[in-house]
Design a protein around this ligand. Sequence first.
Ligand code: SF4
Length: 237
Amino acid sequence: MLPPDIDGRKAELERLAPADLLAWAAGRFPGNVVCLAALGAEDCVLIDVIARQGLAIPIVTIDTAVLFRETYALWSRLEKRYGISIGGIRSELIPETGPTVPDLDRLWEREPDRCCQLRKIVPLRRELGTRQAWVTGIRREQSETRRYAKQVEWDLAFGLVKLNPLAAWTGDEMWSYIRANDVPYNPLHDAGYPSIGCEPCTSVVGGGDSERSGRWRGNEKTECGLHVAPAPLFPGK
Ligand code: SF4
């Protein structure tokens, strides 16, 4: 449940621009808010906004060890460009060097839900367990499961406040911001990948298909479990 002071300001917070919402979050949760950047285009916008304002919001990404090499390169570019450190959170089952433990080896082919659980959810839960709020780059337009995302909501799955400063943004607004501010982004976006996750589970999207249709193609899975869909404001609509 949202803390009473936030619950009472929900409507006002919902109208704040991303930069203002992030500045508010840094002040409301000093030392207790983190930005999870999956290094997609949305996350690059958030990093730009946080860095430009010099906000005390640490940025982390989940290193599943099977990201695209372009994503690892972008991680370094963002750190250099903004003079920041983006922390990598990683499953204890994935050693820094050497082969992956046999249980995880190509697990995405056999049990993708379990693979996401072990590579993403468990390490994220560990990170969020030390926080009161987290920031994500999800947008309502991205998929049906994100359609009801609010700028400020209670995250039932992880038990803390969830902030989605770009929830209302369209893809056009996001790309306009990126171009106007020369924000670094993953070159795979220009090669037919609107949504980029782990390399084994991400494919090119054809014209007319939804943004996230290249994720887990051929599988009913549409989310890795980080973002549990909130209830609609008006059920049935
Ligand atoms: Fe595993 Fe694929 Fe999930 Fe990455 S996206 S954690 S490879 S199932």
